[in-house]
Design a protein around this ligand. Structure first.
Ligand code: ZN
Length: 147
C-alpha cells in the first residue's frame, strides 16, 4: 500500500479534506458533514490521491458512538471519527488488505484503484445490533466532493 500522506498530483478544488471543511465552516463540528435529517453523508467520499469515488452521498452515517474496535493497548489514543457503512455493496470502489497481523481477520480498507490506504477498517467479528457487518472509513483520511 502507498503512504497515506502522498499528495495528490493535481489539486481539485471541489475535493476537500475534513480539516479544510472544518476550517471553512465552524458549524460542521456540531453536525459533521451530515445531512441533518437523514444523518448520512452530505458529500460523496473520494480517494485523496486518485479521486476515485469510494461511496456516494447518503450512504454512510456518522454514529454518535461506536464500539471501539482497537483493543491493543498500544493504540490508546482517541479513536478517529469514522463513517459507518453496513453494506459492502454500497461502496463504489474499495479494496481490502490481507488480514492484519495479530488479528483473526481484521482488514484495512484502501482505494481499489490506486491502493492508497488505509482509509478505513473492517472487522468481520464486529456487527451492529441487527447483525449487519460494519465497514468504517476514517473521516480525515478521505476527501469530500463539495459541489
Ligand atoms: Zn485512489
Amino acid at each position: 500500500m502507498s503512504d497515506i500522506t502522498t499528495q495528490p498530483s493535481q489539486q481539485d478544488p471541489s475535493l476537500k479534506s475534513y480539516k479544510t471543511l472544518l476550517a471553512e465552516n465552524t458549524q460542521l463540528a456540531s453536525s459533521p458533514l451530515q445531512d441533518p435529517s437523514r444523518k448520512t453523508n452530505e458529500y460523496a467520499i473520494h480517494c485523496p490521491r486518485c479521486k476515485s469515488k469510494v461511496v456516494g452521498k447518503g450512504v454512510a452515517c456518522w454514529p454518535p458512538a461506536l464500539p471501539i474496535f482497537v483493543t491493543d493497548s498500544s493504540h490508546s489514543s482517541t479513536p478517529p471519527h469514522l463513517w459507518l457503512i453496513t453494506d459492502m455493496m454500497a461502496f463504489d470502489n474499495v479494496g481490502f488488505s490481507r488480514p492484519a497481523p495479530g488479528t483473526s481477520d481484521l482488514r484495512y480498507l484502501s482505494c481499489a484503484d490506486c491502493e492508497l490506504g488505509p482509509i478505513g477498517v473492517h472487522d468481520p467479528d464486529m456487527k451492529d445490533k441487527d447483525g449487519k457487518k460494519l465497514f468504517l472509513l476514517a473521516v480525515d483520511r478521505v476527501r469530500y466532493r463539495v459541489v
